[in-house]
Write a protein that binds this ligand. Structure first.
Ligand code: FES
Ligand code: FES
Length: 177
């Protein structure tokens, strides 16, 4: 089957199998291996890209379902010398360790910030709940997204983390009585 895709600003006409996943076509036909496959079952978010401006999991969509759409992958958002502000924030805040989850996390985070009027750390946590990271413990990812969100943040992430830690300590004390 033939499909037309715009990917990172370039037009492609591609011959794909009826059962090819979008993520497979991006990685194997177009060589865009920044989009990762972590689970293939819609759980981890490593395959997150933007389709027509919104984040989607590319392992959960057949390539034919993406016909005539506009796809943006991690390769399309910045360059080594001119990072996207979200990439800069992840670098500044040490929001990655092995980096496997990072492309999907960044694409999800960009969608979250672009489509939110106001954010706090709870909203950020909710916004990335479909993206798993096995290394960082999420705190620095949340700090990075807050940095990139800038004036959209209505609270300091560190203040929220302190408050959360105090509540946890109080409930642990309560439990030990
Ligand atoms: S590979 Fe798509 S959600 Fe895990
Ligand atoms: S940085 Fe290793 S999985 Fe997230």
């Amino acid at each position: 089957m033939k499909i037309k895709l715009q990917v990172n600003g370039r037009q492609y006409v591609l011959k794909v199998k009826a059962n090819s996943l979008l993520v497979t076509v991006l990685r194997e036909d177009l060589g865009l291996t920044g989009t990762r496959v972590g689970c293939d079952t819609s759980q981890c978010g490593a395959c997150t890209v933007h389709m027509n401006g919104r984040a989607i999991k590319a392992c959960s969509l057949l390539a034919v379902q993406a016909d005539e759409t506009n796809i943006l992958t991690i390769e399309g958002i910045g360059t080594e010398t001119s990072l996207h502000p979200m990439q800069e924030a992840f670098r500044d805040c040490h929001g990655l360790q092995c980096g496997f989850c990072t492309p999907g996390m960044i694409m999800q985070a960009i969608d979250l910030v672009e489509h939110s009027e106001r954010l706090d750390s709870a909203e950020i946590r909710r916004g990335i709940e479909g993206n798993l990271c096995r290394c960082t413990g999420y705190h620095n990812i949340i700090r990075a997204i807050a940095q990139a969100a800038g004036p959209k943040m209505i609270e300091s992430v560190d203040a929220a983390a302190r408050e959360e830690a105090l509540q946890e300590t109080a409930s642990l004390r309560e439990d030990s009585r």
